[in-house]
Design a protein around this ligand. Structure first.
Ligand code: HEM
Length: 179
């Protein structure tokens, strides 16, 4: 394939991808993303729990907002504009945990409901909830905080049950539902 043909082919494929992007069907555009992102971070900056965390890290708010618009544009419009790395950026945040994420999501949901039409708000909210979950998992893993797959108590119960299976009938007190 000639260079120009290849370029045209890639441009057509990118245009097709954008038409099939999840946000398109619910009316999300770059302007909608801009309104949501700017309104949300306006609230976050004024928030007593989250504001200081952001102010400690972000020197250039215009650049941060542009980056977050690129992020949401990549997620919902598949433009591929975002080039950052959210996981390490959040793993570095000391003392940020579940309560902060719950509050972040609460402000995000409130902003989306006020800023966007319901189908677009639903999509912003569903995607943010999914990403927040995976960021929290990644942060817990980076900090070595993930619990074992099974609790120690469950492991002990299994061992006990194993012994009972070797000597059936000795634990008459075990409830039937635990069988
Ligand atoms: C408690 C919740 C959260 C806090 C306190 C928080 C805080 C921050 C801070 C301080 C930064 C800048 C980090 C730096 O430049 O070193 C950042 C970056 C970022 N955040 Fe969050 N964040 C939270 C949740 C989320 C969620 C749920 C999302 C996505 C749905 C998100 C998306 C991003 C993105 C895309 C960046 C840019 C990463 C990069 O520079 O590559 N954040 N966040």
């Amino acid at each position: 394939m000639q260079d120009e043909e290849l370029i045209a082919h890639r441009a057509a494929a990118a245009a097709r991808r954008r038409l099939e992007a999840p946000g398109v069907a619910v009316g999300i555009t770059e302007d909608v993303i801009r309104d949501q992102v700017h309104a949300f971070y306006g609230r976050v900056r004024a928030d007593s729990m989250l504001g200081p965390i952001f102010e400690a890290k972000i020197d250039d708010w215009d650049a941060h907002l542009a980056k977050l618009c690129d992020f949401w544009s990549s997620v919902l419009l598949m433009t591929g504009r975002f080039k950052g790395a959210p996981m390490p950026a959040h793993a570095r945040l000391v003392g940020v945990g579940g309560a902060h994420f719950a509050h972040w999501l609460e402000i995000w949901r409130g902003t989306a409901r006020e800023t966007c039409a319901p189908p677009a708000a639903d999509m912003f909210i569903a995607r943010a909830e999914m990403i927040a979950r995976s960021l929290q998992m990644g942060m817990a893993m980076a900090r070595g905080e993930l619990p074992p797959v099974r609790s120690a108590a469950a492991g002990e119960a299994d061992q006990h049950r194993g012994r009972q299976d070797e000597h059936p009938g000795q634990d008459k007190g075990r409830p039937a539902s635990d069988a």
